[in-house]
Structure formats: structure tokens, C-alpha cells
Design a protein around this ligand. Structure first.
Ligand code: ZN
Ligand code: ZN
Length: 333
């Protein structure tokens, strides 16, 4: 199928080049590897029997400009796969990503969550998206080859979606699970049968499989707010005001962190300190907390680096999908 390639316009002047350079820099920094999609975004029932899942075009709101555009669903999927997964990934991993990007979008549109039939390009809410113009600016000379890898994966899975008991599945995904994915229940408190924790031995080489950051203890304690006088007083050397992990989830992630009588969910703690994941441990070195995280993202659903590792071992996209979304069925719309 033909994906429209927008022509670049003639170049007006140096401001254009400056903006272009900034855009390229920004895209270069932020491209092709998101930590996670729709962190706990609300979904209603997404029944697979007509309605949004039969849509051939979608409305997309670009967050930066507020502009809305209609585009063919399959073209939207190309832009999501390109923005959400490195184009250098194995073809079977890219195909798995294409199926879940399509499914996620249709499930969101057919759910009753007040989106009014509009998807956006915020990866924290819907999914990231880059059009061919963005991609050309970012990929430069490699554009043709990378774009073909993506469009091949999308065409090979055209119209395919994941379903569970006749409903579109909510195909959350993330960058790197760090050894075991998390269930939707342990992360969002919602029991979704096909979003269980599964083992994943294929993401060891991921850039964020293991990462250590040093954070001043005072900064960590500040996260617990001024709600507790004993915390804000920060009595040095007093064990009572040192943060401790309280409880572990079924997949071995931190459940909560408490400090000086104040308790935070591990997800809030992670967000406040911009940690890669809630799978972490730490050691105290003087006034510095050395935090080691495993994985990157919320950990629910497909692990992208794991999917790529499975593909390298010769697994096809069907096997990859059924590993991360247990009990789901692949269907053609
Ligand atoms: Zn959105
Ligand atoms: Zn993994």
C-alpha cells in the first residue's frame, strides 16, 4: 500500500535552517524509544463487532500545534511504529509493534472514555507519532531504508488486531521490563487477564536494562513533602528519616516507599525522581542515594527489547504477541 510522502517545501531563509536544526536535534534526542505508552489510560468496553474497530481513517491531534488531521489508519500505524520503536529492530518485532499500535488505537477509539474519537501524539496518553516529514528530517540519508522497514512491517500485518474474548485487547507496551513484565493489577490495580507478569530473558542487552543514578539524599527526602515535620527537618543520621522500600509486587518491583512516616506508591516515587522503572534497589553512600534501576517503563504488556530479542532467536510476531499478551487471539479486521 502506498504511504504518502510529503514533498519538502523550498527553503526560505536562515530562520528556517535554525528551526530545522533545532527540530532535528530534538527528534534525534527523543526518537524511536519511548519508555511506555498510555500509562494507565482509561478504556471503556471495546467490543469487536463493528464501530471504531472498523475505522479506516482516524483523527489525530498533534499536541505541539493543537492541529487535528484525518489520516488513513494504516498510515497512522506507520507513524506510531516509527516513533515508538527503533527502525533497526528485527522485522518480526516491528510487526508485533504494528499489531499492538493498531489495536491500542482502535481499542481507545471504541472505548467510552471521553476521547471523542480523537487520538493524540502524546505517548503518555495515546501513542507517539511522527509523520514522514518528521522522519525524513530525523533519519536523513537513512530515511528510505528505515521507512521501508516500518512500512513493510505494517503492510505485512495490515488490519490485524489482538482480541480477547471478542474484545479488542488493551495492548500496553513499554521499552524494557528488566527480566519480568508487570501485571496490570500490580501497576494500576485493575485485573486484566491477558496483562499478567511473564518472564522475559531477552532484554539483557537493552540500553536501560540496568542503570545506576546518584541522587542527593536531601532531594529524595524532599519528595516525601512537608507533610511530615520529621522528614523536612531531615535529622541527619537518623534512621527514622531514611527512605525504605515497603513491600514488593508479585513481579519483584517495589510496591511503595516510605520515609519518616510518609508513604508513597513506588510509581509516584519513580515519577518524582524520574527513575527508569519501579524495579530498583539502592545503597546509601554518605549523603547520596545510589539507585540502581532495572528496565525502563511501567513494565505492563509487551517489552520492546524483549520482543526484539525473541525475534533474533527466530520467533515470529505471533509467538511474540502470545508471549506478552497471554490468551489473546490475532484477528484480521
Ligand atoms: Zn491521547
Ligand atoms: Zn523484557
Amino acid at each position: 500500500m502506498g504511504y504518502r510522502l510529503k514533498k519538502r517545501r523550498p527553503v526560505p531563509g536562515r530562520w528556517f535552517f535554525l528551526c530545522l536544526a533545532l527540530a532535528v536535534l530534538w527528534l534525534g534526542l527523543s526518537f524511536g524509544e519511548r519508555e511506555e505508552n498510555g500509562a494507565g489510560a482509561a478504556f471503556g468496553g471495546a467490543v469487536f463487532d463493528g464501530g471504531a474497530e472498523q475505522m479506516d481513517t482516524v483523527t489525530l491531534r498533534r499536541c505541539e500545534t493543537g492541529r487535528e488531521e484525518r489520516l488513513p489508519l494504516e498510515e497512522y500505524v506507520v507513524g506510531v511504529v516509527a516513533a515508538e520503536m527503533p527502525a533497526s529492530f528485527e522485522p518480526e518485532a516491528l510487526k508485533a509493534q504494528a499489531v499492538i499500535a493498531r489495536t491500542y488505537a482502535l481499542a481507545k477509539l471504541s472505548s467510552d472514555s471521553g476521547e471523542e474519537g480523537v487520538l493524540c501524539d502524546d505517548p503518555g496518553h495515546c501513542q507517539a507519532f511522527e509523520d514522514s516529514e518528521d522522519l525524513a528530517a530525523s533519519w536523513g540519508a537513512a530515511f528510505e531504508e528505515k521507512y521501508r522497514r516500518i512500512t513493510d512491517a505494517v503492510s505485512a500485518t495490515e488490519g490485524m488486531v489482538l482480541t480477547y474474548r471478542g474484545e479488542l485487547a488493551r495492548t500496553y507496551y513499554h521499552s524494557t521490563c528488566g527480566g519480568e513484565t508487570a501485571s496490570a493489577k500490580e501497576v494500576w490495580g485493575e485485573d486484566i487477564p491477558y496483562l499478567r507478569g511473564v518472564s522475559c530473558d531477552w532484554d539483557r542487552d537493552a540500553p536501560r536494562y540496568r542503570e545506576t543514578v546518584e541522587i542527593p539524599l536531601a532531594e529524595v527526602i524532599k519528595v516525601f513533602g512537608t507533610a511530615s515535620a520529621s522528614v523536612s527537618a531531615g535529622a541527619e543520621g537518623n534512621a527514622e528519616v531514611l527512605p525504605v522500600v515497603s513491600g514488593e509486587t508479585e513481579s519483584g518491583r517495589a510496591a511503595a516507599v516510605s520515609c519518616g512516616g510518609v508513604s508513597l506508591s513506588a510509581a509516584d516515587f519513580r515519577a518524582a525522581l524520574a527513575l527508569n522503572s519501579t524495579r530498583f534497589s539502592w545503597e546509601l553512600d554518605g549523603e547520596t542515594l545510589r539507585v540502581t534501576t532495572f528496565g525502563f517503563g511501567h513494565g505492563v504488556g509487551l517489552c520492546q527489547y524483549g520482543a526484539n530479542g525473541m525475534a533474533k532467536e527466530g520467533k515470529d510476531f505471533r509467538e511474540i504477541l502470545s508471549h506478552y499478551y497471554s490468551g489473546t487471539e490475532l484477528k484480521k479486521r
